[in-house]
Design a protein around this ligand. Structure first.
Ligand SMILES: Nc1ncnc2c1ncn2[C@@H]1O[C@H](COP(=O)(O)OP(=O)(O)OP(=O)(O)O)[C@@H](O)[C@H]1O
Length: 648
């Protein structure tokens, strides 16, 4: 942060506010003023717009810091929460307001300064990346004007490119002229990554079962909003009562919010073109999307104007049944199977972040595919020709992890008979994937933080600083915010790695992907085992759908493999699901969660490995303690996803 940035402190405890003021002044920040309530803060903001607000959650008066946060977002002022409260409910409500940082009291001066620096980075980077996307979209629009081949295709391209800016599930394009006649309507329903179902008038009619004149009147009576309009939550429900078209979309396509973008076309018989975007989420769009659409109106006028030049001579879409628009038909994206809405969101994030050098934090339960996503990001990045090095932080005892990450010089500790290059150096000009980062000890966390800040490191026992150019992708199945609140994870490291978070949904929340995954794993294991399984019985499929999948995709993969091996014909009749299918899931009831046998086994093996300092073979090795041959243990580790951080 520039040392001249102006900061407003919103804190009702005088002593704490004053202490904060002194720390900031010492670090050459300009403290604009101290406000004790939301009202005082608003007054201060009107007089002099601060660059950043440090905001306590509990304040004097009825309104809280969370209420002020909503106002700050409207005013486009960044803020960092200060809170002594580690209550998860409050943390979640606060998180919804998109703070640039979170300081848990009591905090040290260093934590404050690092958090401010990271906040500034987030502020600049977020703005920069959304501007970059917008510029890219405008470039695409220009290209369409010059290479406009086919109007349907071009319209589809516009809608498709808008996806990276507006998170819609269904978009309808409606041209409307001064006779109030709908000349043609075209809808695009998102059904996969880069895959859209094109829905024309007839398809609309088929899906909604409405009579021609009814549907016609719905489209003709589309409410002609003059400006960009946002209908979220209750507003959407209200607009559906007066707009037959929106009501039909809500009912038959399961949409719950809407954003309308009118594009008035001068010199075309006063035709206005309406893009109307729908989301399945009740609050799918926000004020920032409205401002974005307002900025896009002008560039869209030119592009759409060209497309509609000869609208009378040919309709936009032949009125036939729904057709699919899919540049590549796949069951997923880059080998990651699934088309459910939460997974499509993840694919959007991957495409957005891959090309930047940004640090990515992937969170999600065990077996949801975090490593898979990390590989995808690396493969799609500019570093794809560089190495991708992985380190499972849980599989290494704390005394080994430092030399594993940074390497060591010969003789730096007993047993260091050779110089060893660590994972950071191995990953130079590539990507370092730090799996299960939540398991890393506090000591190691501060060493890692130093490398991330300074971009250089020293080998254990070495004295020379080595520059490293590494992109970090970290993953964890822990709730890192909870870890921070409980003092097990450094806040400054959390903000350093949480630059671009991607949350992977558990399989139970995207059961629509289950059949695709089953088909994918059957194909894969048919190939591997030489079997030729063609079907899965209805009973088996039903039991798969009813199961709660605590082990997620890894569990499904293992079960399919086992079922293929056990099946005697080309049909899988039965899937040997664990007998705990009726147990509540971890997410439903954290306290009453029963681990699967595999989860218990995994934890037990990891604990023994840690005790044996990673040694598998020989006397006192993990295999001996567990009473199995080393080779059996190695294959078990592979199956349970315990990474081979040890040699046997
Ligand atoms: N969407 C997907 N499509 C196909 N295979 C997948 C998908 N997601 C995960 N898998 C497979 O499931 C297995 C588990 O995935 P992965 O190791 O990436 O999970 P993880 O979240 O990193 O697990 P952990 O937290 O235990 O390390 C792997 O074999 C992976 O290839």
């Amino acid at each position: 942060m520039n040392r001249k940035d102006k900061i407003l402190i919103v804190e009702d405890q005088f002593v704490e506010a004053n202490h904060l003021r002194i720390m900031l002044k010492n670090a050459e920040y300009e403290v604009q003023s101290i406000a004790r309530s939301v009202a005082e803060a608003k007054k201060a903001i009107t007089v002099q717009k601060p660059d950043m607000v440090l905001l306590d959650i509990q304040l004097v008066g009825k309104e809280t810091g969370i209420d002020l946060a909503k106002y700050l977002r409207q005013e486009n002022i960044g803020f960092i929460y200060l809170s002594a409260n580690s209550n998860e409910e409050i943390l979640n409500a606060a998180k919804e307001t998109h703070p640039l940082g979170f300081l848990v009291k009591p905090f040290r001066e260093k934590d404050l300064l690092v958090t401010l620096e990271i906040a500034k980075y987030h502020q600049e980077h977020g703005l920069e990346s959304s501007l970059r996307k917008e510029t890219f979209f405008q470039k695409q629009l220009k290209e369409l004007e010059f290479h406009s081949r086919n109007r349907n295709e071009s319209m589809f391209k516009i809608i498709q490119s808008l996806q990276s800016l507006l998170p819609y599930d269904f978009a309808i394009a409606v041209p409307k002229n001064n006779n109030n006649k709908i000349q043609d309507v075209i809808g695009f329903l998102r059904i996969g990554f880069n895959e859209y179902q094109t829905i024309g008038f007839d398809a609309f009619q088929m899906i909604t079962n409405l009579k021609t004149h009814e549907l016609q009147s719905y489209f003709e009576n589309v409410i002609a909003d003059k400006g960009v309009m946002l209908y979220n939550g209750k507003d959407f429900q209200s607009i559906c009562k007066v707009s037959g078209m929106k009501n039909a979309v809500a009912k038959y396509f399961d949409m719950a919010s809407n954003l309308t973008l009118p594009v008035p076309l001068p010199g075309s018989g006063q035709t206005t073109f309406f893009f109307t975007f729908f989301s399945r989420k009740a609050f799918g769009f926000n004020e920032e999307h409205v401002h974005l659409c307002e900025r896009l109106q002008y560039p869209l006028v030119n592009a759409i104007g060209n497309l509609l030049k000869d609208i009378a001579s040919a309709p936009l879409l032949k009125s036939d049944a729904a057709s699919a628009h899919h540049p590549e038909i796949t069951d997923g994206f880059n080998g990651i199977i699934g088309r459910s809405a939460p997974l499509l969101k993840v694919f959007d994030y991957i495409t957005q972040v891959a090309s930047a050098d940004t640090t990515v934090l992937i969170t999600g339960e065990s077996g949801t595919g975090k490593e898979r996503i990390a590989e995808s990001i690396h493969e799609m990045s500019g570093r794809k020709n560089g190495p991708m090095i992985k380190l499972n932080c849980a599989a290494l005892p704390s005394n080994l992890i430092e030399s594993e990450l940074f390497g060591h010089e010969k003789g730096s500790f007993t047993g260091a008979t050779e110089r060893r290059v660590g994972r950071f150096e191995q990953a130079n000009n590539g990507t370092l994937f730090l799996d299960e980062i939540g398991e890393m000890g506090l000591d190691m966390q501060s060493k890692l933080l130093r490398v991330l800040q300074e971009k250089e490191m020293e080998r254990v026992g070495g004295s020379v600083s080595i520059k490293v150019n590494v992109r970090i992708i970290a993953a964890t199945n822990r709730n890192l915010e909870k870890e921070v609140a409980e003092g097990r994870f450094r806040l400054d490291l959390y903000y350093r790695i949480n630059v671009f978070p991607i949350q992977l949904p558990p399989l139970r929340d995207r059961k629509e992907d289950l059949i695709l995954l089953v088909r994918h794993f059957i194909k894969q294991y048919n190939k591997r085992t030489g079997k030729d399984i063609k079907h899965v019985s209805d009973t088996a499929l039903q039991s798969l759908m009813a199961y709660h999948w605590p082990g997620n995709i890894r569990e499904l993969e293992n079960l399919i493999e086992r079922s293929i091996l056990l099946s005697k014909s080309d049909v899988i009749e039965d899937i040997p699901l664990p007998a705990i299918k009726d147990i509540k899931t971890k997410l439903q009831d954290e306290d009453w969660y029963v681990k699967t046998i595999e989860e218990n086994e995994r934890e037990h093996i990891l604990a023994v490995l840690n005790k044996c300092m990673g040694r598998i073979r020989g006397s006192g090795g993990a295999a001996e303690i567990l009473g199995v041959p080393p080779t059996t243990l190695a294959s078990k580790m592979k199956k349970l996803g315990i990474k081979r951080a040890f040699s046997i």
